[in-house]
Design a binder for this molecule. Structure first.
Ligand code: PMP
Length: 399
């Protein structure tokens, strides 16, 4: 299919569209995945820009290497060493957000018609990147820990699986945290299928209990010598600021080289000033204190939404209490009819959330929804839960 035909078929991001509704008066948005503005570190970032641009050497404004500033890669390798093991700057590629990491990994791994396995409910912008490669997207059954290894093995028994995409740590949309044993089993299934595992990890540092997150798939794969190929993606959008657009990709050498070639064609390199700013912010102990504050703050909000849902919506849906990240995944105790006009209900009741169909590869889901607790205040989360219950009552009544 031509690129033009692909664009004609593509749907825009429903979540971005809901973002427009969020601007309407008295709307409580549980829809977006945006960080709480109160936690965006304006003063430290302003100072970091000043320091990054303080040198009299104009090369800070020059073109730079496609794979990123060595100092930035070194700082990221140091920051993530406890989660990934020791890596040098040569193992990394700096990307324009982790979204570009997903896109470049998809382009280098997937030809038209290739199968990529995702969880039954997956991050929509990753699905979009896979669609632009004309990949076949196979939704694999998952439970409260994420993808089921046996279901992956069954799929791989029926057809060749080229890649597997996972957000195993406080996932988007489900918030699920995958345990260590599940990670090991999935790595074994990926290795025996000969499929590359893409580990998308933007929420790792947002665990309410810092120690709760198991090791990365990347680290387990190396430590246990499981023989899978893992592409690891990180991002500073949720921990510092999405506007920085700095993420990073760690991959085995041949894959990394292919990603660098694809990146040359995409944008030559990610912004060097932003990379310099990240180096400044990763130096010293500012980030550790900032992350501790983020964890406390999001834990308070996650618990507030959980409690408000218990009060208002327990008869309408079930969910797991959040342990980190930004999301609660609701399973409806009934099905909303296929043609439910969610937008009209959102307008009427002044609340937004994302219906489950946005996360399923074929758009067929009618029994789930994603709620984000990151952006509204605790008080607005309570109001939002109350209004959500009204929307669900109305939607399920017409079912
Ligand atoms: N992956 C996941 C699972 C996400 O939730 C997001 C942001 N919503 C991204 C990737 C993209 O993040 P970035 O800003 O780093 O491109």
């Amino acid at each position: 299919m031509s690129v033009r035909a692909l664009f004609a078929k593509a749907q825009g991001s429903a979540i971005r569209e809901l973002g427009l509704l969020a601007q309407e008066p008295d709307m409580v948005s549980l829809a977006g995945g945006m960080p709480d503005p109160a936690l965006l570190p304006l003063a430290p970032v302003r100072e970091a820009y000043a320091r990054a641009l303080a040198s009299d050497n104009p090369s800070v404004l020059q073109y730079g290497p496609t794979d990123g500033l060595p100092a930035c890669k070194e700082a990221i390798a140091g920051f993530l060493a406890t989660h990934l093991g020791p890596h040098g700057p040569e193992d990394w590629v700096i990307t324009t957000g982790s979204q570009q990491g997903i896109d470049l990994a998809a382009r280098t791994l997937l030809d038209a018609g290739d199968t990529v396995a995702v969880e039954a409910h997956a991050y929509p912008a990753a699905l979009q990147a896979f669609r632009f490669c004309e990949a076949r997207i196979a939704g694999v059954a998952a439970d409260e820990q994420g993808m089921l290894p046996q279901a992956l093995a069954d799929l791989a028994g029926r057809q060749r699986v080229k890649a597997i995409y996972l957000v195993p740590t406080y996932g988007n949309p489900t918030g699920a945290l995958m345990g260590t044993q599940r990670r090991i089993e999935l790595l074994k299934a990926a290795a025996s299928a000969g499929a590359v595992l893409i580990e998308d990890d933007p929420y790792r540092c947002l665990g309410f209990d810092e120690a709760a997150a198991p090791p990365t798939l990347h680290q387990l794969n190396e430590e246990h010598r499981l023989g899978a190929q893992v592409v690891y993606l990180t991002s500073f959008s949720k921990t510092i600021a999405p506007a920085l657009r700095v993420g990073a990709l760690l991959a085995p050498p041949a894959l990394r080289r292919a990603v660098v070639l694809a990146k040359q064609a995409a944008d030559i390199h990610s912004g060097l000033v932003d990379q310099g700013v990240l180096v400044q912010l990763l130096r010293g102990d500012w980030l550790a204190g900032h992350l501790a504050a983020l964890r406390r703050h999001y834990a308070t909000k996650g618990q507030a939404l959980h409690a408000a849902l218990q009060t208002h919506a327990a008869d309408l849906m079930s969910w797991q209490p959040p342990r980190g990240g930004m999301f609660i995944w609701g399973t409806l105790r009934g099905k909303a009819p296929a043609g439910t006009d969610w937008k009209a209900l959102f307008r009427e009741h002044r609340v937004l959330f994302v219906p489950g169909r946005e996360f399923s590869a074929d758009g067929s889901d009618a029994g789930h929804l994603r709620l984000s607790f990151a952006h509204p205040s605790v008080e607005r989360l309570h109001t939002g839960a109350q209004r959500l219950a009204r929307v669900l009552r109305q939607a399920l009544r017409t079912a």
